[in-house]
Design a protein around this ligand. Structure first.
Ligand SMILES: *[C@@H]1O[C@H](CO)[C@@H](O)[C@H](O)[C@H]1NC(C)=O
Ligand SMILES: *[C@@H]1O[C@H](CO)[C@@H](O)[C@H](O)[C@H]1NC(C)=O
Ligand SMILES: *[C@@H]1O[C@H](CO)[C@@H](O)[C@H](O)[C@H]1NC(C)=O
Ligand SMILES: CC(=O)N[C@H]1CO[C@H](CO)[C@@H](O)[C@@H]1O
Length: 460
């Protein structure tokens, strides 16, 4: 109920006066006129329909995928943590618990046709954020955040595949889904990220051992290069070799490894992890930041980022903010970037698209933050969510860092969660011709997309 009052007040405040854009005159600490962040969050939540009667909690309407809904609730957990605005807490909690589903592992049957290891991972990272931020716990008869993450971790360990490329997770969980022969950095990054954070949160060395093992596999197979580039993934060839690599470098791949390594260094103070943090951070600053503002190198300039790709840099910004908290020596590099990124992202929240956006008129957030204050016309959940991430990131500097079980974290764990025998996914359902056609089309689209971005890179 508190939420409704706040939103009603917010709405009347906005519609009562003709607000044309967000107040984004940030000072050096990234402070904004009051209401800026709340307005961006409100614009984001107006896309959410899962809370309507007859809809499914935790889902976003088409064309947004299930994983992105998971990421959106993680962003909102951070929004609450950094701003104290609890307007959406009931919806957040309800969404996480519902999508955890009956099996309490973020493997809802409704998602079987599309769920990959990375999709499951984004919901798991949201649950981890809830535990670390001391977000209100679900009632005791419902799944608890920490136990949910442990369930996903345990399932990942069962899916670790040493037969191809000497290890690693495949992108897809189910062999009937397209992408089963691809081992990608984001799926293994989700595994690495939750392993590192579980290690720090619980102190259990099983998790830190896995974190080390996953990172080293990424290096060995060449997905993390000697100069700390993080490439997208590798296809398992019919002769079982693993040399066919997609060299695209997305912001979220670099960010997920940076953040995991920062957790490991925070916990171990081991110089090997410090080198990994510093190496990846340097590469991010060189490739993914322009004029102190975060951007998506591989598709932003040519307006070629799809819905998924439009959300990547928002995660990078959140991971950068936490890296600065976990590894204080990185602050002088990260803080100025987060401040100018917040300013630039806020300045791009000045759109009034004719369709889709239901927030306050003139406050839709555009995708590119390099547009020098202009709205680039690209609106939707991903740009809105990324802008919100950017707007709150500077608050982390003065805020509390992520908790552990020893520093106030109260989420209840279950180290054995998810470790029961998994149903053989191949037995789950026969694939139909329609599915195959759709999957084939998706692959073609992905290949064209990858080739397109590589061509673009060579030319520029
Ligand atoms: C699965 O879909 C059904 C039908 O739309 C819905 O009632 C149910 O809540 C969904 N389950 C999850 C976990 O989303
Ligand atoms: C580890 O992270 C916490 C939370 O941000 C921070 O307070 C602490 O100083 C860090 N520890 C070290 C050794 O840097
Ligand atoms: C540590 O984690 C592993 C993997 O989940 C689990 O099997 C083990 O029981 C845990 N140990 C403790 C002391 O909780
Ligand atoms: C319209 C509607 O279904 N509102 C619900 C949104 O979620 C909260 C908490 O989860 C419920 O209390 C509301 O009834």
């Amino acid at each position: 109920m508190k939420g409704l009052v706040t939103r009603a007040a917010l709405a009347s405040g906005i519609f009562g006066q003709a607000v044309v854009a967000l107040d984004v005159k940030a000072d050096d600490n990234g402070k904004f006129g009051s209401g800026t962040r709340a307005t961006a969050a409100y614009g984001l939540m107006r896309y959410y329909t899962g809370n309507n009667t007859g809809d499914t909690p935790g889902n976003l309407p088409d064309p947004y995928y299930w994983w992105q809904a998971g990421a959106m609730f993680g962003t909102l957990v951070d929004y609450w943590f950094y701003t104290g605005d609890s307007s959406y807490n009931d919806e957040i909690l309800q969404a996480i618990v519902h999508q955890a589903s009956d099996t309490a592992d973020f493997m809802p049957k409704n998602q079987t046709r599309t769920e990959g290891n990375d999709d499951q991972g984004f919901w798991a990272m949201t649950a981890m954020t809830a535990a670390e931020n001391k977000f209100p716990n679900p009632p005791t008869d419902q799944p608890q955040y920490l136990a949910l993450v442990q369930a996903v971790f345990n399932q990942y360990t069962q899916r670790w595949d040493v037969d191809d490329c000497g290890g690693g997770l495949r992108w897809q969980i189910f062999s009937f889904n397209n992408g089963y022969t691809y081992k990608n950095s984001i799926s293994n990054g989700c595994f690495f990220n939750v392993a590192a954070r579980l290690a720090r949160y619980t102190g259990n060395s099983t998790y830190s051992d896995w974190a080390g093992k996953i990172f080293e596999w990424e290096q060995k197979v060449g997905l993390i290069s000697k100069t700390w580039d993080v490439f997208d993934g590798v296809t398992i060839a019919t002769d079982k070799s693993c040399k066919n690599m997609d060299l695209a470098q997305w912001t979220y791949n670099a960010g997920i490894y940076l953040h995991g390594a920062a957790n490991m260094y925070n916990m171990t103070q081991d110089d090997a992890w410090k080198q990994r943090v510093d190496g990846i951070l340097k590469e991010i600053m060189a490739r993914m930041v322009k004029d102190n503002v975060v951007y998506e190198e591989f598709c932003e300039a040519r307006k070629g980022c799809n819905n998924d790709q439009q959300s990547f840099k928002g995660y990078l910004v959140r991971w950068l903010a936490q890296t600065a908290q976990l590894v204080p020596s990185t602050r002088q590099t990260i803080a100025p970037v987060l401040r100018s990124t917040a300013q630039a992202a806020g300045a791009a929240c000045s759109g009034s698209p004719a369709q889709g956006f239901k927030g306050a008129a003139g406050t839709a957030c555009g995708f590119s933050w390099l547009a020098k204050g202009a709205f680039d016309g690209i609106a939707g959940v991903p740009p809105q969510m990324s802008a919100l991430a950017a707007l709150i990131a500077p608050l982390a500097e003065a805020g509390q860092g992520p908790a552990t079980a020893k520093t106030g974290g109260t989420s209840k764990g279950d180290p054995k969660a998810g470790s029961g025998k998994q149903e053989d996914p191949r037995a789950l359902k026969p694939i139909t011709t329609g599915d195959r056609v759709a999957a084939g089309f998706m692959t073609l689209f992905l290949i064209v997309g990858a080739v397109g971005s590589t061509a673009f890179m060579v030319k520029s």
